[in-house]
Design a protein around this ligand. Structure first.
Ligand code: SF4
Length: 401
């Protein structure tokens, strides 16, 4: 089963020279078929592959939690994050790798339906790839709206069933009862691409990159104050500085990096040499999540940047749950008042209070993620918050209100 990828010249997820099938097979060889559910489960467990869509759940556990019988597999390529580009890059440049992963896991669990859910920009590349495949997999392509919460698991299921990508007001146990009440396995497209490589080359090969704590490679979308927005592939456990360097970014020009996206956390410059893992960044409450790194240049106001993000998060509420619908706009207003330099000493504690109030009060994780971002902003830019509350801003060279 296990091939040597070095003989085939693979370097990672973007090893194929072109997105077409011939280039894909020249880089990786043909897709191995015939994986049983138990064998794939064991290989994924040994590989340590975790989800690349945000939550970082072990891939084998999701597979183990999916009941047999009329199962559905969904490849989720809907990057709701406005600063995430990696899934679109993968679907554009390596669509066959994602399809290989989808078909392989679908075969292993005897799935009767396969979906690929992604934005309108990405679907033509997948359709083109499907048209040239000899195995002719029956994959239904579904367009995801460009909205922050469109990739949330229950929103994906809703979108496939009803065409409306809104989260459910009740949590779903997808593995038992997801799409149309059927066992449903939902994976991010990058996770499926890695799964395709684990199925080809084995768990030991996967672990030959990265660290014991974070095996394999990861895609990162670099954005913000960078010369060029890039998607880079880095070994697991790489530091922020190393990933920035791969993207041609000089870390010394930055004051902080937002790690994990708008539901993520800021990491200041003194944390740039820590590994990009949940354990490595625990002191900042950051995890790589879906691989978003948004840079903030030295001399820019972190509170101003954060206020814009909190407002965006408030406007992204699906307006189904009261605490989310009313709490997030209230929280955004308070953060905006701090950023504007309003001399009201209790604003910081009010922002903390509101963040605490919305946490755990929504049907989906949107309020929790938004609150986490606010807590992180107040902690990482603590000194700047105090400066603002006295009507000054270091970045704006001491303006006063
Ligand atoms: S918590 Fe917010 S985003 Fe999530 S379902 Fe409720 S209203 Fe919608």
């Amino acid at each position: 089963m296990t091939l040597d990828p070095r003989q085939l010249g693979t370097g990672g997820l973007f090893a194929a020279a072109q997105p077409d099938l011939a280039s894909h097979e020249a880089a990786y060889g043909k897709r191995p078929s015939g994986w049983s559910r138990n064998a794939l489960l064991a290989e994924l467990d040994a590989s340590g592959l975790t989800g690349r869509g945000g939550a970082g759940f072990p891939a084998w556990r999701k597979l183990a939690a999916t009941s047999a019988g009329r199962a559905v597999v969904i490849a989720n390529g809907a990057e709701g994050e406005p600063v995430s580009r990696k899934d679109a890059a993968l679907l554009r440049q390596a669509p066959h790798l994602v399809l290989d992963g989808l078909v392989t896991v679908g075969e292993a669990i005897g799935a009767s339906t396969l979906f690929l859910y992604a934005t309108a920009d990405s679907l033509p590349f997948v359709a083109q790839a499907l048209a040239e495949r000899r195995d002719r997999p029956k994959v239904k392509l579904v367009e995801a709206p460009e909205a922050f919460i469109s990739g949330e698991a229950s929103a994906v299921v809703n979108a496939l069933e009803t065409g409306i990508a809104l989260p459910r007001d009740k949590p779903l146990r997808l593995g038992k009862s997801g799409y149309e009440g059927r066992p449903t396995l939902l994976h991010n497209v990058e996770t499926l691409a890695h799964l395709a490589l684990v199925a080809r080359f084995g768990a030991d090969w996967f672990r030959s990159a990265g660290t014991a704590d974070d095996p394999g490679t990861r895609l990162y979308s670099l954005s913000g104050d960078v010369p060029t927005e890039w998607v880079v592939e880095a070994p697991g456990g790489a530091t922020i500085r190393e990933v920035l360097r791969l993207g041609g970014v000089d870390a010394s020009s930055l004051a902080a990096v937002l790690v994990g996206g708008f539901h993520g956390a800021w990491v200041p410059a003194e944390g740039f040499d820590l590994p990009l893992t949940g354990r490595g960044l625990a002191r900042y409450g950051a995890t790589p999540g879906a691989g978003v790194l948004m840079a903030l240049a030295r001399g820019r106001c972190g509170l101003e940047a954060s206020a814009g993000i909190v407002r965006y998060l408030a406007e992204s509420s699906a307006r189904q749950c009261g605490p989310c619908m009313f709490g997030l706009p209230a929280m955004a207003s308070v953060v905006e008042r701090i950023a504007a330099g309003e001399r009201t000493p209790w604003l910081a504690s009010e922002a903390e209070r509101l963040a605490g109030l919305v946490t755990g009060r929504g049907a989906c994780r949107h309020p929790d993620g938004s609150a986490r971002f606010v807590h992180s902003t107040l902690a990482v830019f603590r000194d700047e918050v105090q400066t603002h509350l006295s009507g000054m801003c270091t970045a704006h060279r001491g303006w006063t209100h």
